[in-house]
Design a protein around this ligand. Structure first.
Ligand code: IMP
Length: 429
């Protein structure tokens, strides 16, 4: 610390919420910097399972101030619902421990309708978005037509008129895509109660962070989604519309790079992806089923936000090395290592073959990536239950070897390995 950035090193769902929750116990501030309620962070704590979509995972810690940064897109109605649900579970959330940046953007009902319309117009080529209005909201942001959270501090009638105009501005696009136009006034009115509720939480979060850092605060930046879904560095256009990478943490919170002393990449010990787009190590059949789980447990590979079964495959070392490069990870953490117990052997992709040529990096175009065949190294598996291991030496030799091989492939240390869903099921080196 002072700033640790936690980043998904794959296609999201790496278990970041859980890592952030763990690091939050020695932090003063946990700040989210990108995305919106497309994210789903699951934290298991003392028998309760908390599913967070918008709130930083720090809300589960009494001493932590949570910050929602300017890089986020926020649906006010869904945020209020999440706050109230957590309050009902006994978690205190007030303007004293939650700060919402005045510069984040608001997801409107029109953005949600447009997300669905665009996906349906794409047919088989759809991105497979979470349908939360994320892409259209960022489109309005970069098109300089968005409404910001700070606008919620305006006179309510002025805000309502602004929202109505923003919704009206999208009606033509909706009609062109064969969707019914929205009742702009009714849609805007449905937001006003939430706007009123949230007003007291809004301030300039970047100034808040700057002052807190100057006073010695330790800040954990909580990434959503993952590097391979990054608008620049992911497999465009099968990406989200924000920057979940290290650079995104800085712009998404308004803090400078010299404050950062740790960039922790979180990767699952195998690969998963939801939505469309290339995935070179994707598997069908029994192995995929085993990696995915039955769906009975909250840690099985089904989307927290959409419930969709995730595509599963062996760990893609090519993508992991790439994620390490674009983020400058100082270290990696491997999650869900326990799921790999019981396989006779494990495969790890270390390169691709594309059109007869070997490549150590992801190719330039998606078309090439679709044609890529993963070249695997085969490593020995282990049969032992590792969920009770807490030190590296307690792991079976084959599991130690797997971790060491991934670490060598990416050129960074792996100091934390999760071996089960509970807070303490963690191997530390
Ligand atoms: P959007 O962010 O809803 O626009 O979706 C764009 C792509 O990112 C789709 O493939 C989604 O499945 C994926 N995506 C968005 N958020 C998450 C997440 O939190 N975990 C995993 N995939 C996500």
């Amino acid at each position: 610390m002072p700033i640790s950035i936690i980043i998904g090193a794959q296609w999201g769902d790496e278990g970041k919420g859980r890592v952030v929750d763990w690091l939050a116990s020695s932090a003063d501030i946990v700040a989210r910097y990108a995305g919106g309620d497309n994210a789903g962070h699951t934290v298991a704590l003392e028998g309760e399972v908390y599913k967070l979509h918008l709130l930083p995972s720090g809300v589960l810690h009494d001493q932590v101030i949570s910050v929602m940064g300017n890089g986020m897109v926020i649906n006010p109605v869904n945020l209020v619902r999440e706050i109230k649900a957590l309050r009902a579970m006994g978690i205190e959330i007030t303007p004293q421990n939650l700060i919402i940046s005045s510069r984040a953007h608001i997801i409107t009902p029109a953005h949600i309708a447009l997300d669905a319309a665009t996906e349906s117009a794409l047919g088989d080529a759809k991105i497979g978005t979470t349908l939360r209005g994320i892409g259209p909201a960022y489109l309005d942001k970069s098109g300089r037509a968005g409404i910001r959270t700070g606008d919620m501090l305006l006179d309510v009638e002025v805000f309502a008129e602004r929202l109505i105009s923003a919704i009206e501005a999208t009606q033509d696009s909706l009609r062109q895509q064969g969707m019914e136009a929205l009742d702009a006034r009714a849609a805007a009115m449905s937001y006003l109660e939430a706007v009123d509720f949230l007003r007291g939480f809004i301030q300039d979060a970047s100034i808040y962070l700057h002052e807190a850092l100057t006073d010695g605060a330790r800040v954990v930046c909580e990434g959503a989604q993952g590097t391979l879904l990054d608008i620049d560095h992911g497999s465009y256009p099968f990406v989200t519309s924000s920057s979940p990478t290290a650079g995104g943490a800085l712009t998404g919170l308004g803090v400078g790079p010299l404050r950062v002393d740790r960039v922790l990449g979180v990767a699952k010990a195998f690969s998963t992806r939801v939505g469309g787009g290339p995935m070179p190590t994707e598997l069908e059949g029994e192995v995929a089923k085993r990696l995915r789980g039955s769906g009975e447990n909250f840690w099985d590979e089904f989307g927290t936000t959409t419930g969709r079964p995730r595509r599963c495959g062996w760990l893609d070392g090519v993508m992991l090395r790439y994620a390490t490069m674009v983020n400058g990870f100082s270290e990696l953490m491997l999650t869900k290592m326990d799921i790999l117990s019981g396989f006779d052997e494990l495969k790890l992709a270390t390169a691709y073959e594309i059109d007869g040529l070997r490549s150590d990096h992801p190719p330039v175009t998606n078309e090439q990536l679709e044609r890529a065949t993963a070249l695997y190294e085969t490593l020995p598996g282990w049969t032992e239950d590792i969920s009770g291991c807490r030190t590296f030496a307690q792991l079976p030799t084959a599991a130690q070897h797997y971790v060491q091989r991934v670490s060598a492939l990416c050129g960074v240390p792996i100091n934390m390995i999760s071996v089960g869903p509970e807070r303490d099921q963690l191997v530390q080196r």
